[in-house]
Design a protein around this ligand. Structure first.
Ligand code: WTA
Length: 655
C-alpha cells in the first residue's frame, strides 16, 4: 500500500494555479534562477499595498531577515476591506455552533463587525499600534473579528488556546505585557456550556499589571463575575460603535501576532510573525495547496488558538476572498457523523483536519461517511503530525471517495504556512508522505554539516533559505530565537533554519517526516515540551525526580508517559496500589492547573530511580523504548546505575 502512487483526478481541478508537475518544476526553477525577483512578482500581484515596497529581502542582520521593506499595508484591508468591491455579499464566515445554531457573515457584515470592534478597542481601551492584546476565546466569529480588529489597528494579538489553564494564560499575558484581554463568558461543547471567564479571573489574580481591561463577549449566557473598572461587556459596548474605522497602515515587518509554542526546553516561546510576508504566504498557500476557487466553501477544523487556525481559518481564507467555516463544537457530537453532515449541508469543497481526528472518526464511525453526500469535496488536508497509512487509506477511500486529492501538509507555528505538501492537481502522492517542498521554499533534508544523508537515511528537516512567512524572532528573546532555530545545521558556511523534525528522502525524492528529534511530544497534533510537563509534575511535594517521554498512542499519535521517582515510597511494590492511584490523580491535577488538561499524562510509572549517564544526564532514549515496550538492545553498561533498567522494565510491563 505504501508503495502505491495515487494520481490526482485532474478533472476536479481545471482552474488550479499549478496544474501539473511540469508547471511545478517550472515554478521551482523560476525561484532557483531569481529568488527575489519571483517573490517580488508574487508580492506585488497578491498584496494590495498602500505603499509599494522598495526592497525584497534584507539579509544584513541574518537570521533576522526582513522582507518587503518600505512597503506599507493593512491586513484587515487585505482580508476584508478590499473584497467589498467584488464580493460584498459573499459569505466570508459560516459559523456553526455546538448545538447546530448557524450564523453567516458576508464580507460586508464582517467589515462592519471588524470596524466596530476596532473602534471599541481604540476608543474604550486605548489600543494603539504595537500594543499587545491577548485573546482567550472560544470558536465563535468574534475570535476572528477580534484578530482582524487588532490587525486593523496595528495591535499585536496573542491568541491563547482555550484549553490552557489560568497559570499558562497568566504566563503568556505577562510575557507579552498585554494591555487588553478579550474573552467570552464561555461557550458550548457537547451540548453543555463550558466557562472561560473564570479562568481569566484566576489568571489576573496576580502579576498581570499590564492588563488594563477585560472585554467579555457573552456567548453562553452563564453567570460570571464582573470586576468593576476592569471587565466590560462587548455585547453592550459594541452597540455604540461606528461601522467606519480608519485603519492603521503599518510597515511590512510590523508584527502581526505572537503565538506561544512549546520548545524542548524552558518556557513556551512567543513566536513573532510579520505582517506582509505572513499574509502573502497565507494567501498563496490557500490558492496553491487547497485550490480554493471563488465559489468554494473551505473548512479547517483546527482551533483559532493554534497556528493552523490562524493561517487556515482566518487569514489565508479571508485574504483569498474565500468562504471559511468556523465550528464551535466537536466532530463526534452528537455522533461520529457530525463532520460529514456539515460537509453535506455546506457543500464543503476542502476539508482540513488532523490525523488524530481522522483516526478517531475512523474508529468511532467507520461507515458514517457513506451515509452522507460528500461529493462536493475535492481536497482533503491533514496537518500536525505524521499520518499513518491505514488512516490515510480510510480518509482517501471512505471520505474522499477515492477521488479527492489528499494534501499531507508539513509546516509549523514558526513557518507561518505550508512548507512541504502535495499540490492537489499536480502531485502524484505516496500515502502518508508530505512529498515535495512548495515552490519558493528551500526545504531540504540535510546532516548538521550541510551534506545530504543517503537515500532512506534520516536527516534534519531544514529550510535553507529565508522565506517571507518565517518566524521573525521570539518575543523579547532574540538570542533564544537564534539558538533555537539556527544552531543545529550549517549549509555553505551559513546557519540554516532547523525545524526540530527528522525526515527521510526516498529514491524518488519524496520527503517523509519522521517526527521530532528533540524533547517535544506531539499529542493529538499539539506540541508539548517534555520540560514543561516535567516542571509541572515537580511541583508535587512528594516528587523527587521525573522524566517525561512520548509513547505511541492509537488515536492521539503520541501520549504522555511520565516516570516519577517519589520522595517517600510508602510501599515496596509501587504498582496499582491505592496510594499510586491517588498520586496519579494528584499529579494530573497539578498538570491541569499548571498547563491544561491537554498535557495530562496517559500513564505514570513510579520507579525507584531514573537511568542516568555518569554525568547525570537522564537517558530518555531508553525511557522512550521502555514506554513503547521495545526490547532494550542498547548498551547500558555506561550508565551510572545500569541495574535500574531492568527494574523499570519490570514495573512498566507490570512484572
Ligand atoms: C508536526 C502545526 C508530520 C511536526 C502546523 C512539526 C507534522 C510540528 C506535519 C509543528 C505533517 C506538522 N506530518 N508531522 N504533515 N505537520 N507536523 O507548530 O513535528 O503546532 O514540527 O504547527 O507538528 O506543530 P505546530
Amino acid at each position: 500500500m505504501t508503495d502505491q502512487i495515487f494520481y490526482p483526478h485532474k478533472e476536479l481541478f481545471p482552474n488550479s494555479p499549478i496544474r501539473n508537475m511540469c508547471e511545478y518544476d517550472e515554478l521551482v526553477e523560476k525561484f532557483e534562477n531569481d529568488y527575489e525577483g519571483t517573490w517580488e512578482a508574487f508580492a506585488r500581484e497578491k498584496i494590495d499595498w498602500y505603499k509599494p515596497f522598495d526592497r525584497v529581502l534584507n539579509e544584513d542582520d541574518a537570521p533576522f531577515y526582513k522582507w518587503f521593506e518600505g512597503g506599507e499595508l493593512n491586513v484587515a484591508y487585505q482580508c476584508v476591506g478590499r473584497h467589498l468591491a467584488t464580493r460584498k455579499n459573499k459569505a466570508a464566515i459560516i459559523f456553526e455552533g455546538d448545538n447546530g445554531d448557524q450564523r453567516i457573515l458576508t464580507y460586508r457584515e464582517l467589515y462592519y463587525e471588524v470596524n466596530k470592534m476596532a473602534n471599541l478597542f481604540r476608543n474604550q481601551f486605548d489600543i494603539k499600534k504595537g500594543d499587545r492584546v491577548v485573546l482567550y476565546m472560544p470558536m465563535i466569529p468574534e475570535a476572528a473579528i477580534a484578530m482582524l480588529a487588532c490587525a486593523k489597528l496595528g495591535a499585536i494579538h496573542s491568541v491563547v488556546f482555550g484549553g490552557f489553564s489560568a497559570e499558562a494564560l497568566r504566563d503568556r499575558i505577562i510575557d507579552a505585557e498585554a494591555k487588553l484581554v478579550v474573552t467570552a463568558d464561555g461557550a458550548f461543547r457537547k451540548g453543555k456550556p463550558y466557562m472561560l471567564k473564570p479562568i481569566v479571573d484566576k489568571a489576573l489574580e496576580s502579576g498581570c499589571e499590564s492588563v488594563q481591561a477585560v472585554c467579555v463577549v457573552e456567548r453562553n449566557g452563564e453567570e460570571i463575575h464582573w470586576e468593576p473598572g476592569r471587565d466590560y461587556s462587548y455585547n453592550e459596548l459594541i452597540k455604540n460603535e461606528s461601522v467606519q474605522c480608519e485603519p492603521e497602515i503599518v510597515e511590512a515587518e510590523h508584527p502581526l501576532f505572537l503565538l506561544y509554542t512549546s520548545g524542548s526546553t524552558g518556557k513556551p516561546k512567543g513566536v513573532q510573525h510579520s505582517t506582509a510576508g505572513y499574509i502573502l504566504w497565507a494567501q498563496m498557500t490557500m490558492e496553491w495547496v487547497f485550490d480554493v476557487q471563488d465559489n468554494d466553501t473551505f473548512w479547517c477544523t483546527a482551533d483559532v488558538g493554534w497556528i493552523t487556525g490562524h493561517t487556515y481559518i482566518v487569514y489565508g481564507p479571508l485574504a483569498a476572498g474565500a468562504t471559511t467555516v468556523m465550528f464551535e463544537g466537536v466532530m463526534t457530537f452528537p455522533d461520529a457523523g457530525r463532520a460529514w453532515k456539515m460537509v453535506e449541508e455546506y457543500q464543503i469543497n476542502q476539508f482540513y483536519t488532523a490525523p488524530t481526528a481522522i483516526r478517531l472518526l475512523h474508529k468511532m464511525g467507520q461507515d458514517e461517511p457513506a451515509k452522507y453526500d460528500l461529493s462536493s469535496l475535492r481536497v482533503l488536508g491533514t496537518v500536525g503530525e505524521p499520518i499513518d497509512p491505514p488512516a490515510w487509506k480510510w480518509y482517501y477511500e471512505a471520505v474522499g471517495g477515492s477521488r479527492c486529492s489528499i494534501v499531507d501538509t508539513w509546516w509549523q507555528t514558526e513557518t507561518g504556512g505550508h512548507m512541504i505538501s502535495p499540490l492537489p492537481a499536480a502531485t502524484p502522492v505516496k500515502p502518508a508522505c508530505a512529498t515535495f517542498p512548495l515552490p519558493g521554499i528551500k526545504a531540504e533534508v540535510i546532516n548538521p554539516d550541510g551534506s545530504k544523508p543517503e537515500v532512506g537515511e534520516q536527516g534534519l528537516m531544514c529550510i535553507t533559505k529565508p522565506w517571507p512567512s518565517m518566524i521573525r524572532t521570539i518575543w523579547g528573546d532574540p538570542e533564544r530565537f537564534k539558538k533555537s532555530y539556527f544552531g543545529d545545521a550549517v549549509k555553505d558556511g551559513k546557519p540554516v533554519y532547523f525545524s526540530g523534525d527528522g525526515a527521510i528522502v526516498d529514491e524518488d525524492g519524496y520527503i517523509t517526516i519522521t517526527g521530532r528529534t528533540d524533547d517535544v511530544i506531539n499529542v493529538s497534533g499539539h506540541r508539548m515540551g517534555t520540560a514543561e510537563v516535567e516542571s509541572a509534575i515537580k511541583k508535587h511535594p512528594n516528587v523527587a525526580a521525573v522524566a517525561v517521554v512520548g509513547k505511541p498512542h492509537e488515536i492521539k499519535g503520541e501520549g504522555i508517559f511520565a516516570y516519577v521517582v517519589l520522595k517517600e515510597v510508602p510501599v515496596d511494590k509501587r504498582d496499582e496500589t491505592a496510594e499510586d492511584l491517588e498520586m496519579v490523580k494528584e499529579i494530573n491535577a497539578i498538570i491541569k492547573q499548571e498547563i491544561g488538561a491537554i498535557a495530562m499524562c496517559d500513564a505514570i510509572a513510579f520507579v525507584p530511580d531514573l537511568p542516568k549517564t555518569r554525568s547525570g544526564k537522564v537517558m530518555r532514549r531508553l525511557l522512550r523504548a521502555i514506554a513503547k515496550g521495545d526490547t532494550i538492545t542498547q548498551d547500558t553498561s555506561t550508565l551510572e546505575n545500569p541495574a535500574i533498567v531492568g527494574e523499570i522494565e519490570a514495573i512498566v510491563s507490570g512484572g
